[in-house]
Design a protein around this ligand. Structure first.
Ligand code: TLP
Length: 335
């Protein structure tokens, strides 16, 4: 039995989702007449409470388009030091947007409003002008942490007062929605734009959404084309995304429960874990690389994220038996 806890990106489409894809009516999305892409974008705009939305091939592209749309070359963007666009997007902000990245240390991947505001420098001929702040919700390297809503509101208000825009890397914002019990529109209300991955816990094979004001999404459509992200009969995958938004949101609560159970099982073996807020378990284990190799060899697939930490991610292709098996194998390795 293989239990794949490397990431929630590994999910495969269910038979029902595949059926939705097979039966999708398609057009040419670059020409604007793919009915499923148009419907997905309209549905995503309504769900986020933003004016418009754009379907993109990946979360990385959605983030990079947002950075390009909200900045000019030579501007500064401000991120928490563990943020995905800093760690895992191949310096895209520097290459695509020509911006300087400023990192601010937060707590478990979340920015503290006062520390953030102190990092925003006033106009000065010497300085790169800060134009955009990125918040990540949930924060991946922070441990799948959820922004308290009042903190997000403070960040949004404070940035807007200072003339900055705020983009949310909401790759896993649906996990934040389910964990907080708030609506998506409420959670993203403080920010100008949000990217949402359909291909993580929501179970679609490919695709993300970028939502924001109409004029921004109008410009975003052209940036997507420039980056080669204009997809033709994309309705087949948009249909999977629509299915994911309709059927796979509420069930994220099961992933969160299983993550808590996994952490409890590991704690029972004497292993320390970070507090679990959503679908991620960060377990402290000395010699994490070697331990991950042994776990992988035993069929529990995972990544070491540092010398002493392994990340485990629950998702719709991991059931209760998988959690029990993972705990058992950890027990054998630790033993
Ligand atoms: N995260 C992946 C890896 O890239 C690390 C993972 O396994 O967690 N924002 C956040 C917060 C993400 O975690 C990811 C993917 C992305 C953006 C990028 O999404 P894709 O893979 O669709 O480009």
């Amino acid at each position: 039995m293989t239990v794949d806890l490397r990431s929630d990106t590994v999910t495969r489409p269910s038979p029902e989702m595949l059926q939705a894809m097979f039966s999708a009516e398609v057009g040419d999305d670059v020409l604007g007449d793919d009915p499923n892409c148009n419907a997905l974008e309209a549905e995503a705009a309504a769900l986020t409470g933003k004016e418009a939305a754009l379907f993109t091939p990946s979360g990385t592209m959605a983030n990079q388009i947002a950075i390009r749309c909200w900045t000019q070359p030579g501007d500064e963007i401000i991120l928490e030091s563990d943020a995905h666009p800093y760690h895992y997007e191949a310096a895209g902000a520097a290459v695509i947007s020509g911006v300087q990245t400023r990192l601010v240390q937060g707590e478990r991947g979340l920015l503290d409003p006062e520390t953030l505001f102190a990092a925003i420098r006033p106009y000065n001929i010497h300085f790169a002008q800060a134009a955009l702040v990125l918040v990540e919700n949930t924060a991946n390297r922070g441990g799948g942490t959820v922004y308290p809503q009042e903190v997000l509101q403070q960040i949004g208000d404070g940035c807007h007062e200072r003339g900055l825009r705020v983009h949310m890397d909401g790759a896993r914002v649906m996990n934040a929605v389910v964990a907080s019990g708030k609506s998506l529109a409420e959670v993203v209300a403080p920010v100008d734009s949000v990217s949402i991955c359909l291909s993580k816990g929501l179970g679609a094979p490919v695709g993300s959404i970028l939502a924001g004001p109409k004029d921004m999404i109008f410009r975003a459509r052209k940036v997507r084309k420039m980056l080669g992200g204009g997809m033709r009969q994309a309705g087949y995958i948009a249909a999977a995304g629509r299915y994911a938004l309709q059927h796979n949101v509420a069930r994220l609560a099961d992933d969160h429960r299983r993550a808590r159970e996994l952490a409890a099982g590991l704690n029972g073996l004497g292993l320390g874990t970070r507090p679990v807020e959503t679908n991620m378990v960060y377990v402290k284990i000395p010699g994490a690389e070697a331990a991950a190799e042994r776990l992988n060899a035993a069929g529990v697939l995972c990544f070491a994220l540092s010398d002493d930490a392994i990340r485990l991610v629950t998702h719709l292709d991991v059931d209760d038996a998988g959690i029990a098996r993972a705990v058992q194998v950890f027990g054998e390795i630790v033993g």
